[in-house]
Design a protein around this ligand. Structure first.
Ligand SMILES: [Zn+2]
Length: 473
């Protein structure tokens, strides 16, 4: 819709009502897009009203092109740096702007490298066209070199433009040399395998040594019609279970209205982040020998107390306590496995992995305000554990599977408990298989993602755009 308005001169009204633009969209996606277009255009107007010079949309991509006479040591003859963005320039071409939209608010924590990389493309990029699988070709036009470049983040929920860089061209090049150049080199020369959701588009997926194949991992039958390769996590499947539409919008399209999460979720996250920070330190100091935090990001003063009391309860079961120096500790290490039956990359993010006596221990840490868990089993209360059972039983992440186990640490303000789960216990595995298959079966075949309204609509991030929400607005 923005292309129609900004590149083809369509009126806003005509673009919003032209059904061709949204013909393949979910109804909630379409409703969101209609809002997002208006919010984006309002942000552009707001930026101009703040005194910045008027800029106009630029259709042709800017590409940082370096052509070499002969292949370098990497065997490359042409380097191309591009930026995902919308482009604008003043009429005389002396100033260029790169606008980077975000779904909620403009991202405030973009790295210096990312901002410098974008600024360099604005400052030195040439208008170029590329087609799939072909090198970019410079477009032959007499282009004015810009003197000024601006990088602007913009939130599609709040419509606030955020100027991330406002530099003259020389400064942009300097920033690139200082912050971005070495990052590009590291990426180009990187050979480490880090499996994850990106694997879905990788041509080397089959036979990749870092992505173990576990046929039938999700336990669901193959879809009736072939579909694009997907990736999925247990959190995705839980979201699907509560409402397929909500899953599709928030988990596949990453659309959210930017609301802040409730206290329990923020507290859990803050406790996790603090523990991860501790456990990932090179010096392995058990948490009991470290002062308790006096503040935690994202929590208010009143919310801090309960979180700190939970961290204190972790002292009883800190995995670093007495762990020999030669054992490995990995915080936030993403695990992935490929289920060929569903053509799906399955993702898991254990809170902590560490080795012990040749096997891997998978530690999940949960914060809870209450003691009981509805009398349900641990695996059905925390289905990540069910997937953990299946992955460890299948030999992921490796090591001696017989020495592998799962630990569930539950931290409350007034106590803690650390349960052990054996992935090789037959009854446990049967239960895990049933839970994971129960979550995956509906998801595997769904193509419509219809909303299932209910109580959960109360904290739904896309309710604003949903026509059948179960809760009054
Ligand atoms: Zn610890």
């Amino acid at each position: 819709m923005l292309d129609a308005i900004e590149y083809q001169g369509s009126s806003v009204e005509a673009a919003l009502t032209d059904s061709r633009h949204t013909r393949n969209c979910h109804a909630v996606h379409r409703a969101w897009a209609l809002d997002a277009v208006l919010t984006y255009l309002a942000a552009r107007a707001r930026h101009e009203a703040a005194g910045y010079p008027v800029t106009f949309p630029v259709t042709t991509e800017w590409v940082g092109l370096s052509r070499l006479r002969q292949p370098d040591t990497r065997g490359v003859v042409q380097y191309e740096r591009t930026a995902w963005c919308r482009r604008y320039a003043t009429l005389d071409g002396s100033a260029r702007e790169i606008w980077i939209p975000s779904v909620g608010s403009a991202k405030e924590n973009r790295s210096e490298a990312e901002i410098a990389a974008a600024a360099a493309i604005a400052a030195t990029g040439v208008p170029a066209r590329g087609s799939f699988g072909e090198p970019y070709q410079k477009v032959d036009t007499d282009v004015v070199k810009p003197q000024r470049v601006r990088i602007i983040g913009v939130g599609l929920a709040d419509g606030k433009p955020l100027v991330l860089a406002d530099w003259d061209a020389e400064e942009a090049v300097r920033q690139f040399e200082t912050h971005a150049k070495k990052r590009y080199a590291a990426v180009l020369d990187g050979r480490a395998l880090r499996p994850g959701s990106d694997c879905t588009t990788c041509e080397g997926l089959l036979g990749c040594t870092a992505l173990p194949e576990v046929p039938g991992l999700l336990g669901a039958p193959a879809p009736r019609r072939p579909r694009k390769r997907r990736s999925v996590s247990i959190s995705d499947l839980r979201a699907y279970k509560s409402c397929p539409a909500r899953f599709h919008l928030t988990r596949t399209l990453y659309i959210r209205d930017g609301r802040t999460e409730n206290e329990a979720i923020r507290r859990g996250r803050a406790v996790d982040a603090w523990l991860n920070g501790r456990h990932s330190q090179a010096a392995r100091i058990p948490c009991r020998n470290v002062p308790l935090p006096t503040e935690l990001p994202g929590l208010t003063e009143e919310e801090l107390g309960p979180a700190v009391r939970m961290i204190k309860k972790h002292h009883a079961s800190c995995p670093l306590d007495g762990l020999p120096e030669n054992e490995l500790v990995r915080t936030q290490w993403r695990l992935a496995a490929y289920d060929p039956v569903l053509d799906t990359v399955v993702i898991a993010d254990p809170d902590l992995l560490y080795t012990e006596a040749g096997g891997w221990v998978w530690r999940e840490t949960k914060t809870a305000s209450r003691r009981a868990w509805h009398g349900r089993s641990l695996l059905s209360e925390y289905p990540q554990l069910a997937l953990a059972v299946l992955l460890l039983a299948a030999g992921v992440p490796g090591g001696d599977p017989r020495q592998s186990r799962i630990e569930l640490e539950i931290l409350r303000e007034d106590g803690s408990v650390c349960e052990e789960i054996d992935p090789f216990d037959q009854a446990t595995r049967d239960e895990a298989r049933k839970i994971v298959a129960g979550l995956a079966t509906g998801w595997a075949n769904d193509e419509a993602y219809s909303p299932t309204p209910g109580e959960h609509c109360g904290d739904c991030e896309v309710r604003r755009w949903c026509a059948v929400s179960g809760v009054s607005r």
